[in-house]
Ligand binder design. Structure first.
Ligand SMILES: [Zn+2]
Length: 68
């Protein structure tokens, strides 16, 4: 289980990145919206999609959910 966050600010491509709490590339705290605790990034992505229409897993901490 891990805590997941979504970046309030979109990337240049319009996607909001989802991160795990342990990510070394977390955006600054004021831009993080907590999503809750999940067993994997798939559920975190579902939660993030309720907030933003286009989301993507972080390449570093949510590689399985990152668009390749
Ligand atoms: Zn990350």
């Amino acid at each position: 289980m891990d805590s997941y966050y979504v970046n309030r600010n979109p990337q240049r491509n319009g996607e909001h990145e989802v991160h795990r709490s342990i990510c070394s590339h977390l955006p600054s705290k004021e831009n993080l919206i907590p999503l809750g605790t999940f067993t994997d990034c798939v559920d975190a992505i579902i939660a993030a999609k309720k907030l933003f229409p286009t989301v993507d897993g972080c390449m570093y901490c949510c590689y399985e959910c990152h668009h390749h």
